[in-house]
Each structure stands twice: as structure tokens, then as C-alpha cells.
Design a protein around this ligand. Structure first.
Ligand SMILES: Cc1cc2nc3c(=O)[nH]c(=O)nc-3n(C[C@H](O)[C@H](O)[C@H](O)COP(=O)(O)O)c2cc1C
Length: 302
């Protein structure tokens, strides 16, 4: 049986539904030793900022049962170095480039979007989990009014495909998803990490220097699946689902819950070949279950 793996995320066409999650894949270079990057549908690059950033200091990763908590921060070379040095490398592969953008203020997000509007990227992924410096450091994505403003203004700053990445650390993700859709986003990606903490009982200190961080990996999969399913029933724009995907079975769960494509994140650290294994597994599942197109799996929960 021939399987059609192509998915269209409302203007962003991927040759297959397997992508890698921002911050877990750098700019792809380190992973090229383990797999042919051209096998991937897309890479979402490490979160970009206007200026280069070092990220956070001190201990910034804590292992947990079934996952990890990170407070790496937005360590990146800055958007201009990305355009100059990383895009040509990524473009030498057959994959779509998703530029994950971050800002301290709405103005910074808009400036990033304007700069990338002229760059050779296929999609802009707006990470609204960043702290809003002008609003006491509360994440942009937690306040519906701020979400409305940031998405509306970024939408006006670029004609590129716009994906908005939702945080699970909100009261009602459906309300946020509705606003993002109404403001003209083409697609949603979810979920970002879940707020978490780890404590060293002998030092009587938090393991992470910053106190808390973002939990990712298999521990958050059930949370992510539920949120993807909630959002799927709330909006019409497609979903790029992620959160704890490590196997093709995990990936198929996300597709059934309503995702049109998936991203592999933390699993890349322990198994750099995970995205390719997941892609092969999805194809086997399609043959086994009689799906000719991967798009038929999306939302196909009985
Ligand atoms: C070390 C690390 C760094 C991350 N950096 C970013 C980032 O820069 N921008 C972003 O939108 N998400 C970032 N994320 C979140 C992931 O893209 C993903 O949404 C989350 O980890 C859930 O997927 P997973 O459980 O498969 O890792 C990061 C996650 C990890 C583990």
C-alpha cells in the first residue's frame, strides 16, 4: 500500500508530519551525524532573539523521572547571525525551516517578525511563553488581552506563515487558542513546557539556579494530549502537536487527538534517531490500519 505522508498546515506544506521541537535541536547541525536531516518534515530552530544571548547561568537542567526540567533560557546567536550562518546550512537540506521568535516586549516580537519577513524561512513560530518585561515578567501567553495584542501586531508585521506556540501554564487554553485564531495565525503549536521545580534535599536548595523551569518529556504527554484534543475541538486552524513524544505510538496518539503534524523534543537528547524511527513507525501503522494518507489520522478518535 502506498502511504501519503504530506501534510498542509494551512500554507506550510510538509513532506511528512515529523518535525523537531524548538530548543531541542539547535539548528540541526549536531544531529546531522546521526540522521539525514532531509528525512525531516521541518526543523523548528532554537528560540531566536534580536541580540545574541548566553542563556541562564548555573545549573539549568534537572533530570526527573520521565523527563527533565530546564531553565536554559534563550541561548542563541541572535536573529542576524541565524540568517547569515544557519539558514544556508538548513537550506542545503530538503526540509522546512520554522523560525521560533521571542521578545521581551511586543515591539521586539514585531521587529523580529519584520526581519524574518525578508529571510528565507518557511514559517515563523511565535513563542508567547516569554516573560513580558513591561508587565512584571508575566508570560505573554497567560493573559488573553496581551495574547490578542501580540498576535495581532505580529500578524501585521509579516506575511510569512505564522504559527503561535501555546503554553500549557494557563487557566483556559481554549480561550487563548480562539483569540490566536481570530487574530489571523495560520496554525498552532502546542504544548510548550509545564512549569516545574526540583529540590536537592541535602543542599536544601532548588536544583536549578533560577528556582524553577519547564518540565518536558514523557511526564507531560498526557497533559499535552488532552490540551491538543481540547484545542482541536475549539479552532479550525491546524495543530502541530508536541509534549513527550518518544515513539511512533506517542506520535499517532497526538494525530488521533487532533494534531496534523508532530514535533519531537526531549526524546532527541536520549535518542537522536527518534524522529526517523517515529516516521517509519507512523508509516507501518498506516499500512496496518489501512490509512492511505496521514491526514486521515488527524482527529480520527472513535
Ligand atoms: C532544553 C529545552 C529548550 C527549549 N527551548 C525552547 C525555545 O527556545 N523555544 C520554544 O518555543 N520552546 C522551547 N522548548 C520547548 C520545546 O520546544 C517543547 O515545546 C517542549 O519541550 C515539549 O516537548 P517535549 O516534551 O517533546 O520536549 C525547549 C525545551 C527544552 C527541553
Amino acid at each position: 500500500m502506498k502511504t501519503n505522508l504530506c501534510v498542509d498546515l494551512n500554507g506550510l506544506v510538509l513532506k511528512n508530519p515529523v518535525t523537531t521541537a524548538s530548543g531541542t535541536y539547535g539548528f540541526g547541525r549536531e544531529y546531522g551525524e546521526y540522521l539525514d536531516l532531509s528525512l525531516l518534515g521541518a526543523i523548528s530552530v532554537k528560540g531566536l532573539t534580536l541580540e545574541p544571548r548566553e542563556g541562564n547561568e548555573g545549573v539549568r537542567i534537572a533530570e526527573t523521572p520521565m523527563g527533565m526540567i530546564n531553565s536554559v533560557g534563550l541561548q542563541n546567536p541572535g536573529v542576524h547571525a541565524f540568517i547569515e550562518h544557519e539558514i544556508p546550512f538548513l537550506r542545503s537540506h530538503d526540509l522546512k525551516i520554522i523560525a521560533n521568535i521571542n521578545g521581551n516586549t511586543i515591539e521586539e516580537y514585531c521587529e523580529m517578525a519584520q526581519i524574518l519577513d525578508h529571510a528565507d524561512v518557511d514559517s515563523i513560530e511565535l513563542n508567547i511563553s516569554c516573560p513580558n518585561v513591561k508587565n512584571g515578567g508575566l508570560a505573554f501567553g497567560t493573559n488573553p488581552k496581551v495574547v490578542q495584542e501580540v498576535v495581532s501586531r505580529v500578524r501585521k508585521s509579516t506575511s510569512k506563515h505564522l504559527m503561535v506556540k501555546l503554553s500549557p501554564n494557563v487557566t483556559d487554553i481554549k480561550e487563548i487558542a480562539r483569540i490566536v485564531e481570530a487574530e489571523g495565525a495560520d496554525c498552532l503549536s502546542l504544548i510548550n513546557t509545564v512549569s516545574g521545580m526540583a529540590i536537592d534535599i541535602y543542599k536544601r536548595r532548588t536544583v536549578l539556579k533560577r528556582g524553577s523551569g519547564g518540565l518536558s518529556g514523557p511526564a507531560i504527554k498526557p497533559i499535552a494530549l488532552k490540551l491538543v484534543n481540547d484545542v482541536y475541538h475549539t479552532v479550525k486552524i491546524p495543530i502541530l502537536g508536541m509534549g513527550g513524544i518518544a515513539t511512533h505510538e506517542d506520535a499517532v496518539e497526538f494525530l488521533l487527538a487532533g494534531a496534523s503534524a508532530i514535533a519531537v523534543g526531549t526524546a532527541n537528547f536520549s535518542n537522536p534517531k527518534a524522529p526517523v524511527e517515529i516516521l517509519e513507525g507512523i508509516q507501518r501503522y498506516m499500512v496496518q490500519m489501512g490509512y492511505s494518507s496521514v491526514t486521515q489520522i488527524t482527529g480520527d478518535l472513535k
